[in-house]
Design a protein around this ligand. Structure first.
Ligand code: 2RA
Length: 349
C-alpha cells in the first residue's frame, strides 16, 4: 500500500507550491490529506487533479497518516509535530522549531540523505530557504576541496516573508510606479510606499539589510541560521561562517554571493566542471556573453543555479561564486517533498 500523506499548512505560500509539486508525482502516496488552521477548513484545493477539502488541524487528522509535512509557524510546529509523531506519522518539518535539536536530523537529500534514518523523535527538519539556496552547490565543492570558511551575502526575495511579503512588495511597486525622480532624495521613497508589511524599511526601489529577528550582538536570526544549519548539514561543527542577509525587491528566488575558503588550492575550471556535473546544480557561467543566473530566469525551477565562479585573486584556496535558488521550491516545498519521498520509499519497501 502506498503511504498516506498529510500536508499541514496546505493553504500558505509554500503549501501552494507543495500541492503543485505533489501533483507532478502521481505514484508516491495513496491518500493525501490537506490540513490547515480552522480559519481555512472547508476550502477546496486541487492536488493531483482532484479537489480535496481542507480539514482543521486536530489530533485525529493524523490517525492513519504515515508521513506528515508541516509548513506552519515555529510555534504551531513545536506544538503539533510531536502530536503527529505520537500518532505514528514521520514528520518532515519546515519550521525553525527543531532544526538545531540533536535528536532531529536536518536533511538535504543531495548532501546528507543517510541522516533521514536517524530520527529518534520521528521528526526530520527541513533547512531554512537561505541555507537551502546554496548548500547543494557548497556541499559538492566541500566534497572536492574540504570547506573551511564561508563568507556570505544574501539577496533575499519578498516571498521569504510569506504571502504578506509578496503582497507588500506589489503594493509598494504600484505606489512608486511611473513616479520619475523618486529615489533621488533621502526619504522620498519612504514617503510614498505606504505600509511596510513584514519589512523594516521600504522594499520597492531599495535593499534592506535585514531578515528575521534580532539576536545577540547585532546578528539577525537569518544570519545565524545560515551559520548553524550549514555546519549541521555539512557535518562541520567548527566551520567559520559570516553571513549578511539582505532583502531585495524580487518576488521569489533567493540569491547569494559566496566567498568559500577550502583546505586546499582550488582550480576554477575544475570547480566549474564539478558543479556542472552535480545532481541538482546547473552551472551558467559565461560572463563574456553576460550569461549568469538571475532570479528572473531561475524562478519556478528546481535546481541550484551557479555562476560567476572565480578563484580568489588573493587566496589560492578560495572561490567566489554567485548562486540563485527558488526559495519556495528547493528552498522549501521541493526539499520537504524530497525528504518525504525518501521516507515513503523506506515505508513501502
Ligand atoms: C526569509 N528565510 O527569507 C526566510 C523565510 N524562511 O525571510
Amino acid at each position: 500500500d502506498r503511504p498516506t500523506l498529510a500536508v499541514v499548512g496546505a493553504t500558505g505560500a509554500v503549501g501552494s507550491v507543495m500541492l503543485q509539486i505533489l501533483s507532478t508525482r502521481q505514484d508516491v502516496y495513496g491518500e493525501i490529506r490537506l490540513v490547515a488552521s480552522p480559519r481555512s477548513a472547508g476550502r477546496k484545493l486541487s492536488v493531483r487533479g482532484e479537489e480535496v477539502e481542507v480539514v482543521a488541524l486536530a489530533p485525529e487528522v493524523f490517525d492513519g497518516v504515515d508521513v506528515a509535512m508541516f509548513d506552519v509557524p515555529d510555534a504551531v510546529s513545536a506544538e503539533w509535530a510531536p502530536v503527529a509523531a505520537e500518532r505514528g506519522a514521520v514528520v518532515v518539518d519546515n519550521s525553525g522549531a527543531f532544526r538545531m535539536d540533536d535528536d532531529v536530523p536536518l536533511v538535504v537529500p543531495e548532501v546528507n540523505p543517510e541522516q533521514v534514518r536517524h530520527r529518534p523523535r520521528g521528526i526530520i527538519a527541513n533547512p531554512n530557504c537561505t541555507t537551502l539556496s546554496m548548500i547543494v552547490a557548497i556541499g559538492v565543492l566541500h566534497e572536492m576541496y574540504g570547506l573551511s570558511e564561508l563568507v556570505v551575502a544574501s539577496y533575499q526575495a519578498a516571498s521569504g516573508a510569506g504571502q504578506e511579503g509578496v503582497d507588500t512588495l506589489y503594493d509598494q511597486l504600484e505606489r512608486v510606479a511611473g513616479k520619475r525622480g523618486l529615489g533621488e532624495r533621502p526619504g522620498d521613497i519612504r514617503g510614498v510606499v505606504g505600509g511596510l508589511g513584514p519589512f523594516p524599511a521600504p522594499l520597492a526601489l531599495n535593499v534592506v539589510p535585514w531578515a528575521g529577528s534580532l539576536k545577540e550582538d547585532g546578528w539577525s536570526s537569518e544570519e545565524l541560521k545560515v551559520r548553524n544549519e550549514s555546519r549541521k548539514i555539512l557535518g562541520l561543527p567548527d566551520l567559520r561562517v559570516s553571513a549578511t542577509c539582505v532583502r531585495v525587491p524580487v518576488v521569489t528566488t533567493h540569491s547569494l554571493a559566496v566567498h568559500a575558503v577550502f583546505d586546499r588550492d582550488v582550480d576554477q575550471r575544475e570547480a566549474q566542471a564539478v558543479l556542472a556535473g552535480a545532481p541538482g546544480v546547473v552551472l551558467v557561467d559565461h560572463p563574456e556573453a553576460y550569461e549568469f543566473p538571475t532570479p528572473a530566469d531561475v524562478v519556478g525551477t528546481d535546481p541550484t543555479w551557479v555562476g560567476r565562479v572565480r578563484r580568489s585573486l588573493d587566496d589560492p584556496r578560495a572561490l567566489d561564486l554567485f548562486l540563485c535558488g527558488d526559495n519556495l521550491r528547493k528552498g522549501a516545498a521541493l526539499n520537504t517533498a524530497q525528504i518525504a519521498e525518501l521516507v515513503a520509499a523506506e515505508l513501502t519497501r
